[in-house]
Write a protein that binds this ligand. Structure first.
Ligand SMILES: [Zn+2]
Ligand SMILES: [Zn+2]
Length: 133
């Protein structure tokens, strides 16, 4: 599926090809903190299909407890997360943040990962009363 992405302020825009069967919902604590939310939904795009159209993301290199490093790109103006890659020259794929993709409604997660750090209350919110925002 071809996807178009943008940060909230519109400075950073990009496009890529993703496989809708590879959408992950990640419950790791790094994703909780880096999104400021309960979990993150991402989909990998092969590097050859990713095209940055406008803007120049800023990069934060995250070091996991395991020592593994990942490059997290975000808009330097509005802070919206754009993607993450391996910390290397020419990374093979870009992990796109589904909430920033125009096609996000068509990209439900196909598996949950890092479930041992999941927030219990975030696993099923359909019982939370709905209110007008
Ligand atoms: Zn922005
Ligand atoms: Zn995660």
């Amino acid at each position: 599926m071809k996807v178009q992405g943008s940060c909230h302020c519109g400075e950073v825009t990009y496009e890529a090809e993703v496989d809708p069967d590879k959408v992950n919902l990640c419950n790791c604590t790094d994703c909780q903190m880096l999104t400021g939310s309960a979990f993150r939904v991402s989909v990998p795009a092969p590097a050859a299909t990713f095209r940055l159209l406008t803007g120049q993301p800023k990069v934060y290199v995250k070091t996991a407890d395991s020592g593994a490093k990942r490059r997290h790109s975000f808009c330097p103006n509005c802070g919206t997360p754009v993607c993450a890659t391996a910390d290397q020259e020419n990374p093979p794929r870009f992990s796109l943040r589904v909430g920033c993709l125009k096609q996000r409604a068509q990209l439900p997660p196909k598996r949950r990962i890092w479930c041992r750090s999941a927030l219990d209350w975030a696993q099923n919110v359909s019982d939370v009363p709905a209110a007008e925002a």
